[in-house]
Design a protein around this ligand. Structure first.
Ligand SMILES: CC(C)(COP(=O)(O)OP(=O)(O)OC[C@H]1O[C@@H](n2cnc3c(N)ncnc32)[C@H](O)[C@@H]1OP(=O)(O)O)[C@@H](O)C(=O)NCCC(=O)NCCSC(=O)C[C@H](O)C(=O)O
Ligand SMILES: [Mg+2]
Length: 284
């Protein structure tokens, strides 16, 4: 099932970059991941945390989902990061390198209420994806394909063949629990064609959107993960045809030479709901 709140584009912003934090207020990102982990150098961690706390207390990011990626609890910054965002105006806390549900227990004990998201980027995390997804505080997953490739010693390929098992395990785990799941980043941020192909692959697999590292990637992800006009039109025709078939006492309709059953209507309705949510987002 597709989540209604759009997550077509989730843009990482280094918590240390004041200019980028300002710019993000006007960018067409469905979600912003304010990063204190890998995008911030060790010497800048404390200053970035303070800047981010101040920024999030005062800045207006509109209806963009606000997610803060903290450092892991196995680092010298993790506990202070988590403490700093208690009661903050954020939608979720993103925990890096989650390898088991116990990693989430440790964070959950330190901060009540705020939904947790998990970076899925270790080999053990792939194997434990089902128990991680079932954690009661978890609301979303983000693929960390750079860290995963590092741990697997796999090569970057256009078809992402070495990633497929991990991507598939996490996708199954997230969908089984009705969670949002966002695909990993595309590092070559000037390569538009490569990004489009990777977005379309992730979309076809079932991901809700893609994490991004540069504003130039936003339009491509937003387009790839939104239903096209043709898809919306087909979904409406499927619903209309199925309703007509039902009224005539039949359980199956045929649209464009393909059968349409109850289960296809669930997908068609999700397509319309997603299109409506994207439209509503762009109007506010
Ligand atoms: C990749 C970059 C270092 C490039 O930076 P830069 O050379 O400054 O880019 P530009 O000059 O083209 O920037 C143009 C304007 O856009 C703003 N900008 C750039 N990036 C961002 C951004 N991410 N969010 C918002 N705004 C951004 C610049 O400020 C310029 O603005 P203006 O002055 O008004 O013209 C840089 O893009 C960057 O740092 N990107 C983020 C990198 C990052 O967050 N990495 C960590 C996350 S990825 C990861 O960890 C994945 C995962 O964990 C895994 O394992 O896979
Ligand atoms: Mg990572």
């Amino acid at each position: 099932m597709t989540t209604t709140r759009p997550y077509r584009s989730a843009l990482y912003i280094p918590g240390s970059k004041e200019r980028a934090l300002e710019k993000a207020k006007t960018l067409a990102a469905d979600a912003i991941i304010f990063d204190l982990e890998d995008a911030v150098a060790p010497d800048e961690k404390a200053a970035a945390r303070a800047l981010l706390v101040e920024t999030l207390a005062t800045a207006d990011y509109g209806n963009r989902t606000r997610i803060v990626r903290v450092n892991g609890l196995d680092t010298e910054w993790g506990a202070d990061d988590i403490a700093a965002f208690k009661g903050a105006k954020i939608d979720a806390l993103l925990i890096p390198k989650v390898s088991s549900a116990k990693d989430l227990d440790a964070v959950a004990a330190l901060i009540p209420d705020v939904p947790l998201w998990a970076m899925m980027e270790t080999a053990l995390g792939m194997l434990n994806a089902a128990q991680i997804a079932a954690h009661p505080r978890l609301a979303g997953m983000v693929m960390g394909t750079n860290d995963l490739a590092k741990e697997l010693n796999s090569r970057f390929r256009a078809d992402r063949l070495p990633m497929q098992v991990g991507l598939g395990l996490c996708l199954l785990a997230a969908k089984a629990q009705g969670l949002t799941i966002v695909d990993g980043v595309y590092n070559a941020f000037k390569d538009e064609d490569g990004l489009r192909i990777e977005c379309e692959q992730g979309r076809d697999m079932g991901f809700d959107g893609k994490t991004l590292i540069h504003p130039a990637q936003l339009d491509i992800a937003n387009q790839a993960f939104a239903p096209s006009d043709a898809e919306v039109e087909t979904a409406q025709r499927q619903i209309d045809a199925f309703n007509a078939a039902k009224a005539a006492g039949q359980g199956v309709a045929v649209v464009d030479g393909k059968i349409v059953e109850n289960l296809h209507i669930v997908t068609a309705e999700a397509t319309l709901a997603k299109a409506a949510a994207i439209k509503a987002m762009s109007q506010t």
